[in-house]
Design a protein around this ligand. Structure first.
Ligand code: SF4
Length: 416
């Protein structure tokens, strides 16, 4: 009698496998490549077993199963792309041990949440999650760009409202963070360089070596030499915001002014359609600008987003995410996590698209804890339909404010 051969089918520990009723997706976090296959009844039996956590990425396969063309094709794909292997049990009948990639960021967050509930550590642990603060120090501005208040709910952009932050409130808020994990402070206006307490603010910030980013409309550059001198510092950057209807002559003035003051400014352009994109790209090339182009949804350019911004399956074939980045997508919103924004009226937001967490006078640990415990931003993942039933769920970028502006949970052609 001929003995049927048995094999171990194993997946490597840097590989992820996700499936739904139609497809299976293999993601190799070392090569950064993903492979999608259509699921058949026979193949689904193998996939289901591979996904059972207790099997630890290793299942027994019989020679009978290997006759099936889909299973054979699946194993060939795994081996070709270094995602797994098939081992003959006659060589080793001992089940190989594989460490399956498991999310532990969530555990860290949950652990933090539990820790902050204990009085002894409340305040020490929770604020470690805060890495970036954005201050809208003033809302006063004389430029009057079209719709700037809507733009700043979508992009890094200025605001326009009749308020200013008290300098002592800003100082106190930063002071409360002195010993914590803040890596970056952002400052926006209105007319930032006309903020009533700017000199005092810069004097105060001078003591902090943290990265400081200043954002201003390109026509509202500083007039005082002392401000230029301040933003020449290594830990400072000037970011110029250029609205959709910018004037090229004034933009050239701004470029020349930054060069005169020996500042390598970043030029942040808004783009709403293809023509604008072409025009802006030419300008960036012509003046050799360090730049960022931010697509802007204006309510009537959905086609532009569909044609150029929406993800395709092709984009997701090589997302180049590390294991940790995949875990991050599963646990938190990588756009918003760790960030707070303070508007000129003193309200504090995890993301200005959601309700305020409190005010600048509140304790930071309480604001951060509130967001981690009940908030809608830092933990906003692709756990909603249709993404929750999509094999690309954890490879796609975390939901951004574009989804909120457009009013659609997924901006892709995979599940239109
Ligand atoms: S956005 Fe959602 S539906 Fe689209 S590919 Fe990503 S996970 Fe799938």
């Amino acid at each position: 009698m001929i003995m049927k051969k048995k094999y171990w089918l194993i997946l490597d520990s840097y590989v992820f496998i996700w499936s739904n009723k139609d497809s299976v997706l293999i993601y190799n976090s070392l090569s950064g490549k993903s492979f999608a296959l259509t699921i058949t009844d026979q193949l689904s039996l193998v996939i289901d077993r591979l996904q059972v956590k207790e099997n630890l990425y290793c299942i027994e396969i019989s020679s009978n199963e290997l006759v099936n063309i889909e299973i054979k094709g699946f194993i060939k794909l795994l081996r070709t792309h270094f995602c797994g292997d098939l081992l003959d049990q006659s060589i080793s009948n001992k089940k190989p041990l594989v460490y399956i990639p498991e999310l532990n960021i969530n555990e860290e967050i949950d652990r933090t949440e539990n820790l902050v509930k204990s009085d002894a550590v409340f305040g020490q642990e929770v604020v470690r999650n805060l890495s970036e603060i954005t201050f809208y120090v003033t809302g006063e501005c004389r430029v009057g760009c079209h719709n700037c208040d809507k733009t700043n709910k979508q992009l890094e952009w200025c605001c326009n409202e009749n308020n200013e932050l008290e300098i002592n409130s800003i100082k106190n808020f930063i002071r409360k963070n002195k010993k914590n994990a803040i890596q970056r402070l952002n400052f926006f206006g209105g007319d930032l360089f006309n903020y009533s307490y700017l000199d005092e603010l810069l004097q105060y910030l001078n003591a902090f070596n943290v990265n400081q980013q200043f954002y201003s409309h390109y026509t509202l550059l500083p007039t005082k030499a002392s401000i230029w001198k301040y933003i020449q510092k290594d830990n400072c950057n000037l970011n110029l915001l250029i609205d959709g209807s910018f004037n090229e002559g004034l933009l050239i003035d701004a470029i020349e002014t930054t060069l005169k003051h020996e500042i390598r400014a970043n030029f942040n352009f808004i783009v709403e359609d293809e023509d604008q994109y072409e025009y802006i790209s030419d300008i960036i090339e012509k003046y050799e600008l360090s730049s960022k182009i931010q697509p802007h949804y204006n309510g009537s350019n959905l086609k532009f987003f569909k044609d150029h911004i929406y993800l395709t399956e092709e984009d997701l074939k090589k997302p180049d995410l590390s294991k940790r980045e995949v875990f991050a997508h599963q646990a938190l919103n990588t756009n918003d996590f760790g960030k707070l924004t303070i508007t000129p009226d003193g309200k504090v937001y995890a993301n200005p698209k959601f309700p305020a967490l409190g005010t600048i006078e509140d304790e930071i640990r309480e604001l951060v804890y509130k967001e981690m415990d009940q908030g809608s931003s830092w933990r906003r993942t692709r756990d909603m339909e249709p993404c929750s039933d999509c094999v690309y769920q954890w490879l796609c970028p975390s939901p951004s404010n574009y989804e909120l502006a457009i009013g659609k949970p997924n901006l892709c052609h995979v599940k239109p």
